[in-house]
Ligand binder design. Structure first.
Ligand code: ZN
Length: 182
């Protein structure tokens, strides 16, 4: 990665940290929201060996449009068309009911770009890890299990994207299911 890529990635981190500054993750002792995009970034570089700076920037920015007041035009202006496209591929339409959004994630996953599939994979790994390690207090076993099954359905649709990330996802999934079953 050259200095201009590194600069772009750092700018994305600064931008996302600012956009998510008032948000927290779920769980009993909720960490700052920005920890989540940083975890995606680390999974992609460390486990996925992903070096494509646009994909890494999109991972950092993937929840800004969905969960903050960020406009897609802002992302495009600052980070370019491709980063914006990947972010938008990973953005659910919040006008739709949650059940519909979840269904659409499964039916549309296979049509996404390679970059968006990588971000989705890392996002699902982080989310199931969070649900298993630090579940929201009001989530019972059934709800956690339903979340694992739904994540499994989405990841099944993007099979063949990145072997190491998929392997890690299924390891967490199996451990999680076993823990919930016991
Ligand atoms: Zn996310």
């Amino acid at each position: 990665m050259n200095i201009s890529d590194l600069n772009k990635l750092t700018k994305a981190l600064e931008f996302a940290a600012d956009k998510h500054k008032f948000q927290k993750r779920k769980g009993e002792t909720p960490p700052p929201y920005i920890n989540h995009p940083i975890q995606l970034l680390h999974l992609l570089t460390d486990v996925g060996q992903v070096e494509d700076v646009d994909v890494l920037c999109a991972a950092v920015l993937h929840d800004t449009v969905e969960d903050t007041a960020t406009q897609p035009s802002e992302i495009e202006r600052l980070f370019g068309k491709r980063v914006c496209q990947i972010v938008m591929e990973c953005t659910d339409d919040k006008c739709l009911p949650s059940m519909v959004r979840k269904r659409l994630q499964v039916t549309h996953a296979a049509e996404k770009s390679h970059g968006a599939k990588l971000v989705k994979l890392a996002d699902k790994i982080c989310n199931i890890r969070d649900i298993l390690d630090a579940p929201p207090a009001h989530w019972n076993k059934e709800r956690r299990m339903a979340y694992l099954n739904w994540s499994d359905e989405v990841v099944t649709q993007v099979k063949g994207t990145n072997e190491a990330l998929e392997e890690l996802f299924y390891t967490h999934l199996q451990n999680g299911k076993a823990a919930l079953d016991s």
